[in-house]
Design a protein around this ligand. Structure first.
Ligand SMILES: Nc1ncnc2c1ncn2[C@@H]1O[C@H](COP(=O)(O)OP(=O)(O)O)[C@@H](O)[C@H]1O
Ligand SMILES: [Mg+2]
Length: 264
């Protein structure tokens, strides 16, 4: 709803949007997309927080190699609150992770309301006032970390590699999502499917992209992200794709998607 305030227009429901970046498959561009969408949203003037909830910690590796004073593990084990766990970044703020997050899995599984810890922590925090977007990079599984991410999220973006095997995996993913959406978070929406790693020179990749559009036309399908070697450089010196080369296809493609996200 739009509220008119003098000559200004304010969106009444203007607030933090929490988006999980998730797919059951690994290597489909989840982490690259989380990093580059966060960077693109920042370029567009938004305040962005990213949370690395994958013990593989690839997102954290892309951002920093410094030892962090607090990580996602501290948030999930309720050793620290959200504010204490945020590291201020040059481009966007983040709650980083380390492989040690794996060790908390057993402990979490014996905790009351184990899927809602992140949600409860975020509800107690000020991040609703301090950020416009929170992107959560999920592991490729439906375990306790992903369930925490899905329980707190408004929506999810599903990166899907433009290859036939990944398309098949989407069916399983939508089945797997039924339980968490019914039991843990009924407001969770699929914001869209993000076609990734499109190889415009390979017929089979373009075919997979066409099939994705045909088979999942009930969903929003974002403009595709092409294969781009510059995206493979993320992590080397901790720069975003816009700092590496803002004219690269990787930067252009993620900027297009970020604009689509802002336009709803
Ligand atoms: N559009 C792209 N072009 C080139 N390489 C990419 C692209 N997207 C991802 N990659 C590379 O593919 C690999 C897997 O990507 P990643 O984002 O880590 O996937 P996931 O988080 O789903 O496991 C990484 O080596 C990454 O650098
Ligand atoms: Mg990843």
């Amino acid at each position: 709803m739009i509220v008119k305030l003098g000559k200004f227009k304010l969106k009444e429901d203007y607030r933090l949007e929490i988006i999980s970046i998730y797919n059951l498959k690994g290597g489909v561009g989840k982490t690259t997309s989380t990093h580059s969408l966060a960077a693109a949203l920042k370029e567009l003037g938004k305040r962005v927080l990213v949370i690395d909830i994958d013990p593989q910690s690839s997102l954290t590796f892309m951002i920093t190699d410094e030892k962090l004073k607090a990580t996602t593990k501290d948030v999930l084990l309720e050793l620290k609150n959200v504010e204490e766990s945020i590291t201020k970044g040059e481009q966007f703020d983040y709650i980083g992770s380390t492989l040690e997050l794996t060790l908390s899995e057993l402990e979490l599984n014996n905790t009351y309301n184990k899927e809602s810890i992140l949600k409860n922590q975020i509800e107690r925090s000020l991040i609703h006032e301090n950020y416009d977007f929170c992107l959560i990079d999920c592991p490729p599984s439906m375990g306790i970390f992903t369930l925490n991410a899905l329980t707190v999220s408004d929506s999810l973006i599903i990166p899907c590699q433009c290859e036939l095997l990944s398309l098949e995996g989407l069916n399983v993913l939508f089945q797997a999502l039924k339980v968490p959406t019914k039991k843990l978070n009924q407001k969770l929406k699929v914001k869209g499917i993000l076609p990734t790693l499109l190889n415009t020179r390979a017929g089979i990749s373009k075919d997979a992209y066409e099939m994705l559009i045909e088979s999942y036309n009930d969903y929003k399908i974002y403009k595709p992200i092409r294969v781009n070697a510059k995206l493979g450089e993320l992590g080397i010196d901790k720069r975003t794709i816009f700092e590496i080369d803002k004219k690269s296809n990787g930067a252009k493609d993620y900027m297009e998607v970020a604009k689509e996200i802002l336009n709803g």
